[in-house]
Design a protein around this ligand. Sequence first.
Ligand code: SAH
Length: 353
Amino acid sequence: MNRNEALFSLIRRLETEHRLERSEYEFLLANRTPEAAARLADSAVRLRREIYGNDVYIRGLIEISSFCRNDCLYCGIRRSNSRCQRYRLTPEEILECCREGYELGFRTFVLQGGEDGWFQDGRLCKLIGRIRSAYPDCAVTLSLGERSRESYQRLFDAGAERYLLRHETASRAHYEKLHPEEMSYDSRMRCLRDLKEIGYQTGCGFMVGSPFQTAKELAEDLFFIQEFQPQMCGIGPFIPHADTPFAGKPAGTAQLTCYLLSIIRLAVPGVLLPATTALGTIDPAGREKGILSGANVVMPNLSPASVRKKYMLYDNKASDGAESAQCVSELSRRMEAIGCRVVVGRGDARQAF
Ligand code: SAH
């Protein structure tokens, strides 16, 4: 069998069974060809259409704080980065973002931030309650890092229904190369299990092309995602930040990110899969390419303009043009140009099978 024949036989199995072994994912990744990429994208888009039609869901991303107690080696807002400009939005400012977002057609608000101790449970619960009562037809998604199970439960009871926590890498050894000693793979995984058990629509995910990542680590990620069956999955290229230990490391590519998006669509058919800001940052057509590889979500930036440049996870992080919530009409046009339509609605996960 030549390389493409071997790839196509695996892809056919993934299309029908929606699962592969670790070693098979590794083969798909280590032997990537343009033909395999095209076939995967084609099947992924077909499956996305069967489940979600041509709808693309939008989420308003509100970056609530750039303070962080963690020191992830890749991240621009790590606590050791003394050049990071720190800010924290007030509950009033966050509500103002929601008000503006609602007008623009957003029905999901994603509150994301560093792990900032100011946002203790009491304050967050109150904020979530205010958003839910002001906008009862909207979903609140949190992306605030690792917390205790009790904390996750309180936030859920206060009305947050979704939580995004990328697992970052499903390989323990790799996890330890991306994080300082005081952070742990077990704790990250514990959080993800707790979130799912509590009843959140849960999102995991990872960076593509992070330092020390090979086909083996990526195969581990895909296998983990297939077993965990998240409702959401965020992946985007690693992009170096100049003021981190990983400055100067090469960025991940749009091509590999798109290849992985297609595989993830096939492994978890009903997953809500964003074409991320990082993908839109390394490639001006990244959002379109992501959707054409099987993604069905975009998350424009709804943070106040005054803080956008301060939430710099990586160099040159895009926050204007179609990355900006204010330009949702431009985003809509771009999606229409590739046969999709941006819809006004909560955009919950659908059960595929
Ligand atoms: N503190 C929250 C939110 C983190 S920021 C949490 O721990 O979940 C959201 C995501 O940005 C991270 O999960 C990480 O995968 C991604 N990210 C951080 N630094 C990055 C970089 N240099 N390049 C690309 N993505 C990055």
